[in-house]
Design a protein. Structure first.
Length: 226
């Protein structure tokens, strides 16, 4: 009996230790970053996004659409952009992600030379009465530009293709803006009636081709980041 009790106790202890070890492992939180993806290539077809080989979008992402923020495990992740519904990979990159950080990945340039722009997003809440705004230049054949208040001063100066500004606090309200050829008063693109809501964080990006028509025409797109 004594021998049997010792054996039973040992088995129970073993099972108990195994239970607690598995609970500890299960309770360990995985570490995540967040990633939003924007299709900013004017002449590229709709695409699928794969993270470590797993497709994360339910329908094709077309120009100039964006995903919401997606949770991705921190560390270096393999990011692929495929022509939607196929295994044809047009972008293949290993991207490092830091726990708790937010990122925006833009697929950019013409379809013959697709590349990416990765930006870490500072989503610190704006002060009372303010909105945060940044500008990203993603028009492949447009010159460097300034973003200015119509008839007024420059808000973001001399941004070339693939470059971007930090998020900048602006008073909430409605703005008439214009994109000018950098250092000049030549207006390349008027941006009237831009509404900035207090507490919101926005990305404004230049899209399309300088001489493009229809959906590929030079324009601007606004993303709400929060």
């Amino acid at each position: 009996m004594k021998k049997g009790k010792i054996l039973l106790t040992a088995v129970m202890m073993s099972l108990g230790l195994g239970f607690f070890a598995s609970c500890d492992k299960a309770d360990d939180p995985l570490e995540y970053a967040r990633l939003a993806v924007t299709h900013a290539s004017p002449d590229a077809p709709g695409v699928d996004l794969l993270v470590d080989g797993n497709k994360v979008n339910t329908s094709a992402l077309g120009f100039p659409s964006s995903t919401a923020y997606l949770d991705v495990l921190s560390g270096t992740r393999n990011i692929k952009v495929n022509v939607s519904g196929t295994s044809t990979t047009v972008i293949n990159a290993d991207v490092p992600f830091t726990t708790g950080k937010n990122y925006s990945l833009f697929a950019v340039d013409s379809v013959s030379k697709l590349s990416t722009v990765l930006i870490e997003d500072d989503l610190t809440a704006p002060a009372s009465g303010k909105a945060h705004v940044r500008f990203v230049h993603l028009s492949p054949d447009a010159p460097a530009v300034d973003v200015a208040v119509t008839g007024g001063g420059v808000v973001f100066a001399n941004k070339a293709f693939k470059t971007f500004t930090a998020f900048t606090p602006l008073d909430a309200g409605t703005y008439n803006l214009e994109v000018r050829v950098a250092g000049t008063s030549t207006v390349a693109l008027p941006l009237p009636g831009i509404v900035l809501t207090a507490g919101k964080i926005y990305t404004v990006f230049a899209k399309g081709f300088l001489g493009g028509t229809g959906a590929q025409a030079l324009g601007a797109q606004i993303i709400v980041n929060n």
